[in-house]
Write a protein that binds this ligand. Structure first.
Ligand code: UDX
Length: 461
């Protein structure tokens, strides 16, 4: 089939490359000519593991091309995927649909052949219906065009595998023909057994925001439990493990720490509450405001604990920050909890020396006043405190004894509960974490605890 992918940012570039990889002829379209030039040469202009290979081979095969011309796109596509971003509006929690509307306004009048426009961007419920009316108004008389919604669930860092082997496909369609077209697009996945849910557009639009709301709720739930653990001396990581064994709950998305960020979860729950307000059902999802607030609180708690560890204030303190991106295996710093903490302590007078394996250029562009150091040991040189804020694998591999030799104090805050606390403590570090007791039990207490744990229920009577 001949597909266009309009908007070749993160979502669009991945979708275009993967659709070409499963055999379609694909034309990627964007208004950013520099991005189009890079992609056209088979170069990925951002960091995403595995994408370079797929893009390189599909561009080389001739199945994937790029253009800035909507005329060419309109001529080419049987299916037009709309993959532009829908960020939060600067002045309200609602989603900004300006880019989606601009694509429809640009594409619809140029259409001359029968086609299906398929939205993939995350949008408020009701968008497909609104855009359908707009397309009917703008498309030349007699052109057979339909609109469908097919939300994308990919995660940064796993984008290629999530696109080629998704957990499910959701198609919000308005006719049997649109359904058949989408089944043909995704035929290799359907043959591989990927569940395909065909529904009305409003449900499809809702699946995406409901899924992200649920994930955000899971994270904020465990972070709320972490706060309770801090008050009771409990350990949130053990709590999460024990909860996760219940198959109704599941272990994933129960990692407590600094909370969620990125270009999706925070803005999607806000846009959802804004849309629910408009629909008159705001009170049904008002709990999402609390989810957002719990999330924000983890950033404040992290700054408070760091301040305490730094001796009551940051003025004149050198703080090494490990991690800038909103999660590992990404260079994305949008709404990054790590960067929010780094900015906050810098505002309070800390001399911040920041390291991140992939996100430093992006971070420097928004926070130019921090010191960016491309080497972990150098970033920690003379530090009064180390903050572990994004759980990159390379930070887990740090030798705490070797790092202790370069810092001024052996103090680390693991705000992602990802480091081996016992290892760091045995190297003489004071390690604090969110939702975990500190200081650790003494070795003699630990032995006694192990003995109790080893006692069978029968022995306990
Ligand atoms: C998310 C959804 O997972 C994806 O389905 C959707 O298409 C886009 O939004 P993404 O933004 O790439 O994907 O990141 P995700 O892996 O979901 O992580 C989001 C944030 O939650 C990160 O900041 C991460 O650090 C945090 N997180 C995740 C936790 O704090 N704890 C967890 O247990 C899991």
């Amino acid at each position: 089939m001949r597909l266009t992918v309009i908007g070749t940012g993160y979502l669009g570039a991945v979708h275009a490359a993967c659709m070409a990889d499963i055999g379609h002829e694909v034309l990627g379209v964007d208004i950013d000519s520099a991005k189009i030039a890079a992609l056209g040469e088979g170069r990925v202009p951002f960091f995403e593991p595995g994408l370079q290979d797929v893009l390189g081979r599909t561009v080389a095969s001739g199945r994937l091309r790029f253009t800035t011309s909507l005329d060419e796109a309109a001529d080419f596509g049987d299916v037009h995927f709309v993959c532009v971003s829908t960020p939060q509006r600067p002045d309200s929690p609602a989603a900004d649909l300006g880019a989606v509307d601009a694509v429809i306004d640009g594409l619809a009048p140029r259409l001359r052949r029968r086609c299906l426009i398929v939205g993939k961007s995350t949008v408020p419920a009701g968008t497909t219906a609104r855009l359908t009316a707009r397309v009917q108004e703008l498309a030349p008389e007699g052109t057979d065009v339909e609109v469908a919604w097919n939300p994308e669930f990919l995660r940064e860092g796993f984008a290629v595998q999530d696109t080629l082997r998704p957990d499910r496909l959701v198609a919000g369609i308005q006719s049997r023909r649109a359904d058949e077209t989408l089944r043909e697009v995704y035929a290799p996945m359907l043959r591989a057994g990927v569940p395909y849910i065909s529904t009305d557009p409003a449900t499809a639009e809702l699946v995406k925001v409901a899924a992200n709301s649920f994930l955000a709720t899971k994270i904020s739930f465990i972070n709320a439990m972490a706060e309770v653990c801090d008050a009771t001396g409990g350990d949130v990581t053990t709590l999460a493990e024990a909860l996760g064994h219940d198959t109704r709950i599941g272990r994933r998305f129960l990692s407590a720490g600094l909370g969620f960020g990125g270009g999706c979860l925070p803005k999607d729950i806000r846009a959802f509450t804004a849309r629910a307000d408009e629909l008159g059902v705001g009170s049904a999802v008002s709990f999402l405001r609390e989810i957002d607030e719990i999330n924000a609180r983890q950033r404040r708690r992290t700054v408070d604990i760091a301040r305490d560890m730094a001796g009551g204030g940051f003025d004149g303190r050198r703080i090494a920050v490990l991690g800038a991106t909103f999660k590992p295996d990404s260079d994305d710093i949008r709404d990054s909890p790590a960067l929010a903490v780094a900015a906050a302590i810098h505002r309070e007078g800390a001399d911040v020396r920041l390291h991140d394996p992939e996100g430093m250029d992006n971070a420097r562009a928004v926070l130019p006043l921090l010191d960016y150091v491309p080497d972990v040991a150098k970033a920690c040189e003379g530090a009064d405190l180390v903050l572990h804020l994004t759980e990159w694998t390379e930070y887990r591999r740090i030798d705490p004894a070797a790092l202790a030799a370069v810092t001024r104090a052996r103090k680390i805050l693991d705000a992602r509960n990802a480091l081996d606390a016992a290892l760091w403590r045995s190297a003489g570090w004071t390690l604090r974490a969110l939702g975990r007791p500190t200081p650790p039990p003494l070795p003699s207490q630990q032995k006694a605890f192990d003995r109790v744990s080893a006692v069978s229920p029968a022995e306990l009577g």
